[in-house]
Design a protein around this ligand. Structure first.
Ligand SMILES: [Zn+2]
Length: 317
């Protein structure tokens, strides 16, 4: 964190963290034989390994990056978490036309009561978006400046399940030799009851003028967990999809606990998302939005997004 009036060091993140693993290092389409599940620790005699399991869920964009150490049963648990992530990120995927497993997803707002007429729908087809406004206040059009503003009233989602979906990606990138310090994290991922220490916030940055059809993820490791006065979370995951960069911290491992210094200040270093479009766009400002993960219950959230448009077509009456 930076104190007021202090100029942030643009490369501070890379001084504190090093890349440990990345989806870029996976061979696309390659499927290794499944010999055990790193999440539940079961082997082929104890559970089944029939399903194709992705490192990055296809809801974030079609891809062919597979994991080999994930059984069908665990995959089903993670699918539930991913459905909450899908609800949370759908506006970006629909508006950018990102193809998921079953084509570009349709955004449907929650109904606010049982009246289906009040549901706002956004569809994408061949580069055009069709917006059916359930409530007048959901859509604002500024014709003079070619600006469209849509209020996406998300259906309910559970923030903690979104965090779990992201931690699962991070743990799939964790080198197996580190598993010995992470068993409580795997257990927590599969359990509804377990609690764990983690940093309650993720950080999202929206990029303009650049987006990814296929998602990607990088796992970074802190060079030093403790310095004289400061402490750094050991692992941070940077996820890229659509026009979003989403950074989270993985739960603390046993290795970190063993060297704990009670009076150190926990420091949060953010990867500056500007690196992804420094040569591709003239975007001047980047707003990093914190998102709170700690809530283990359904929340209702609205997200207003603004767009520039080239033209509008109206349906014939
Ligand atoms: Zn399993």
């Amino acid at each position: 964190m930076y104190k007021n009036k202090e100029v942030p060091d643009p490369i501070s993140f890379w001084k504190k963290y090093s890349l440990l693993n990345s989806s870029k290092f996976f061979e696309k389409g390659s499927k290794d034989e499944k010999t055990y599940c790193r999440f539940c620790k079961k082997s082929p005699g104890e559970t089944t390994f029939n399903e194709i399991t992705h490192l990055l869920p296809e809801l974030l964009g079609r891809n062919q990056i597979y994991t080999s150490q994930e059984c069908d049963k665990c995959n089903h648990v993670f699918s539930d978490y991913e459905s909450h992530l899908a609800t949370f990120v759908r506006p970006f995927l629909t508006m950018l036309g990102i193809q998921g497993k079953r084509g570009v997803p349709i955004f449907q707002s929650r109904s606010d009561g049982r009246n289906q007429d009040l549901v706002t729908k956004v569809l994408y087809s061949e580069g055009k978006r069709s917006v059916f406004a359930g409530k007048d206040s959901d859509v604002k059009i500024d014709y003079d400046n070619h600006q469209l503003s849509i209020l996406f009233r998300h259906p309910p989602f559970v923030p903690l399940k979104i965090y779990k979906a992201l931690v699962k990606i991070g743990m799939s990138l964790m080198p197996v030799e580190f598993d010995v310090y992470c068993n409580h994290i795997y257990k927590w991922l599969l359990s509804a009851e377990d609690n764990i220490d983690f940093i309650n916030y993720g950080f999202m940055t929206t990029l303009n003028g650049v987006y990814w059809r296929e998602p990607g993820a990088d796992l970074y490791q802190a060079n030093h967990i403790y310095t004289k006065k400061e402490a750094f979370p050991e692992y941070t995951l940077v996820l890229r999809f659509a026009n979003q960069v989403f950074q989270i911290y993985l739960p603390f491992t046993d290795l970190r606990k063993s060297g704990h210094k009670p009076h150190s200040t926990l420091m949060i270093e953010l990867l500056p998302a500007v690196v992804y479009n420094i040569f591709k766009s003239n975007q001047q400002t980047y707003t990093i939005k914190p998102f709170e993960f700690g809530r283990d219950y359904k929340v209702l959230q609205n997200r207003r997004l603004d767009f520039s448009f080239g033209g509008i077509e109206y349906p014939l009456p």
